[in-house]
Design a protein around this ligand. Structure first.
Ligand code: SF4
Length: 333
């Protein structure tokens, strides 16, 4: 691990100012915020992340979870994943989110990992973590060995000729269906970014993964207040039952009319895209229909229209269809 300066930020303004120093697009981030460290410290040990300065944000008081006056859920950036998953408001009204978090990592990791850190975790593509391999995300322009190599776990949606890495977060997939908004404090002031617009597709620059700029500090995330009668769940399909990343996952939410028709439906997919994947057009197709395998499968087809499988991961298309259908059936019967 290369030497670095450690700064303990006493307040948000200092954190933002520290975060904005020595950060250039050409060099990559030479300053990183540290909260739980469950991704950052791992990658620093591997030499994948090589910040010259690390800014500890654990003393900023950003760990609150509460219902706002408008009914939305406020989740502090450094709220621990375990605290979020087990919070009564989350267990009661945001089931898919609680389930998604508990389906990820281990208890020890969830106790340390934070909300913002989870949103910003890096891909698990094995070439990205191996300095002996080329990787456009780690070293832009060096190539992508995954496309002709081991790609079973990698993405089939949102890919480019430069990168096919999957976004690994379960939590972000669930947050998508609750219309999450990411709140950011930056050098130029505060701003809000809908989670659906937070991640950018890899294109020719897979090293750029989101819309954050130098010094931007995620302060909290808000989720829309749940509709009366809405049910949600998270279904994660993986090679083993615990401590494993998704082959496919689906966060789904549905509300039925008194007659049993679909009044509203939302769903997002994980393990399949270069970012958590939500297609609102597919959701609109479900409204007014009776819940059925055919209706859910048709919605899945719309969601998967632009799928581009690689040599080893074509199975994800049918697995995604089944995951969507099964998850919706679980909560609509
Ligand atoms: Fe790197 Fe992306 Fe290719 Fe993996 S898929 S080797 S992260 S460029």
């Amino acid at each position: 691990m290369q030497p670095f300066d450690l700064v303990r930020a006493p307040d948000r303004r200092t954190a933002v100012a520290e975060g904005a120093t020595s950060h250039t697009a050409q060099q990559g981030a030479s300053v990183r915020f540290l909260a739980g460290g469950t991704t950052l410290v791992d990658l620093m040990k591997l030499g994948v992340e090589r910040p010259g300065r690390v800014v500890d944000i654990n003393r900023l008081g950003l760990d609150d979870i509460h219902k706002q006056a408008n009914g939305d859920l406020f989740i502090g950036a450094t709220a621990r994943n375990s605290d979020l998953a087990h919070h009564p408001l989350v267990r009661g009204s945001y089931s898919a989110l609680s389930q998604a978090i508990l389906a990820g990592a281990s208890t020890q990791l969830r106790n340390a990992a934070t909300t913002a850190g989870n949103l910003l975790q890096r891909t698990r593509c094995m070439y990205f973590r191996d300095l002996a391999s080329a990787c456009n995300k780690r070293a832009p322009g060096s190539g992508c060995p995954a496309i002709a190599g081991t790609n079973r776990m990698l993405a089939i949606l949102g890919t480019s000729e430069a990168c096919i890495a999957t976004n690994p977060s379960d939590m972000a997939v669930a947050m998508m269906v609750y219309d999450a908004v990411v709140h950011v404090q930056g050098v130029a002031g505060d701003r809000q970014v809908p989670l659906v617009d937070f991640y950018v597709l890899p294109g020719e620059r897979p090293d750029i993964e989101n819309v954050l700029e130098a010094g931007d500090l995620v302060t909290h995330v808000t989720l829309s207040s749940p509709s009366t009668g809405e049910r949600s769940t998270y279904l994660k399909l993986r090679d083993r039952a615990s401590y494993e990343f998704a082959l496919i996952s689906a966060a789904v939410a549905i509300r039925l009319t008194n007659d049993g028709a679909i009044a509203s439906a939302r769903f997002a997919l994980g393990g399949i895209g270069t970012r958590p994947w939500r297609v609102t057009e597919a959701e609109r197709e479900l409204v007014g229909q009776a819940p059925s395998d055919k209706a859910f499968r048709d919605a899945a087809e719309i969601c998967l229209e632009e799928a581009r499988p690689q040599s080893q991961n074509g199975f994800k298309i049918e697995l995604a269809r089944r995951c969507i259908v099964h998850a919706f059936k679980q909560i609509s019967q």
